[in-house]
Write a protein that binds this ligand. Structure first.
Ligand SMILES: Nc1nc2c(ncn2[C@@H]2O[C@H](COP(=O)(O)OP(=O)(O)O)[C@@H](O)[C@H]2O)c(=O)[nH]1
Ligand SMILES: [Mg+2]
Length: 317
């Protein structure tokens, strides 16, 4: 009998991994079953999230880091949740062409995922994908997101280490950090360090960091020129340091526990919402409730209470 999809995936077969991710992305029950089967074999990969404004150089930086990690013979997987990602297969133009070298390397697996429609589930699909990459034996899993939507934030929250990539002169990012809109990451990169405002930017970031409560780990600021591979060595070293730090402090397991709880809640919430939406469509009494809300005879909160009571009685008749 031929090996099962799970067996091939666990053996590191690229096509099995690609197939598994497609199943997960399509919300196919086979995808969830696959994750269930391989889950006990996950937890080994170092998961690093990269976030930051579009054009900051996240993809280029990941490309350079892949080269660095491959030289150490580490297996790498990338999941890019960036609509403008040059990792999207297809045409790779201009200076992006150099990323295509990695598509031919059997030790590198690159996948991108587009933002979904109304049903959501992007964060869940992305996290299941990261688990499959981990199970397939990747040593490093890099997640790339543009730090905007909630789904992207949810994804990045699941990384063991978070890298914020900024560029000189982006005062918006400084303000966002200062105001706490953007969470303090584990490592900050100032990319495009060939820019004359680089050192000013580094000083401004230091200023913000000095105001934020720092418990133990001191957030390093690394200057890079991703396009030329400058500073990538130092970034890799800081990431390894951070990983060693969270492992030694026991905060890695703490962080993972918190992340996994939010994943369980995320999946449960998504399913509840889908079930509620389905019942909303089919149930004439819920339609009537809504009519009452529209007519201002019933307030939304009371309607929600009634909807929940109905769905509960439908599940436990
Ligand atoms: N001058 C300069 N340009 C860079 C550097 N790193 C990346 N870029 C360019 O910035 C543009 C955006 O890079 P990309 O990696 O796609 O950014 P992302 O949107 O954050 O993923 C591309 O044209 C890169 O070639 C750098 O260190 N210096
Ligand atoms: Mg990108």
């Amino acid at each position: 009998m031929a090996d099962s999809l799970a067996e091939r995936l666990l053996a590191g077969d690229k096509r099995a991994l690609a197939r598994g991710i497609s199943l997960v992305e399509d919300d196919d029950p086979e995808g969830w079953a696959l994750v269930k089967e391989v889950y006990p074999r996950t937890g080994k990969a170092a998961v690093v999230g990269f976030t930051g404004p579009p054009g900051a150089g996240k993809s280029t930086l990941i490309g350079a880091l892949i080269r660095h990690q491959r030289a150490l013979d580490r297996q790498v997987a990338v999941l890019s949740i960036d609509p403008s990602s040059p990792f999207r297969g297809g045409a790779l133009l201009g200076d992006r062409i150099r990323l295509s070298e990695h598509f031919l390397d059997p030790g590198v697996f690159i996948r991108s995922m587009a933002t979904r429609g109304a049903l959501g589930g992007l964060a869940e699909a992305a996290l299941q994908t990261a688990l499959l990459m981990d199970a397939a034996g990747k040593d490093d899993v890099f997640l790339e997101t543009v730090g905007v939507g909630q789904a992207e934030v949810d994804v990045i929250d699941h990384a063991d280490s978070v890298v914020l990539v900024l560029i000189p002169g982006s005062g918006d990012s400084i303000q966002a950090l200062k105001a706490g809109v953007m969470e303090i990451p584990d490592v900050i990169v100032v990319n495009k360090a060939d820019h004359p405002l680089t050192d000013t930017m580094v000083r401004e970031i230091r200023g913000v960091l000095s105001l934020a409560p720092q418990h133990g780990w001191r957030v390093p600021i690394v200057k890079t020129e991703a396009a030329r591979g400058e500073g990538v060595e130092e970034l890799a070293a800081k990431l390894a340091e951070h990983r060693a730090y969270v492992e030694a402090e026991g905060t890695l397991s703490e962080r993972r526990r918190r992340n996994l709880l939010s994943e369980v809640l995320g999946i449960a919430t998504m399913r509840m919402r889908r079930a509620l939406e389905a019942s909303l469509e089919q149930d004439p009494e819920i339609q009537e409730l809504l009519d009452e809300v529209v007519a201002r005879r019933l307030d939304p909160s009371s309607a929600a209470t009634a909807v929940l009571a109905r769905s509960e009685s439908a599940h436990n008749p």
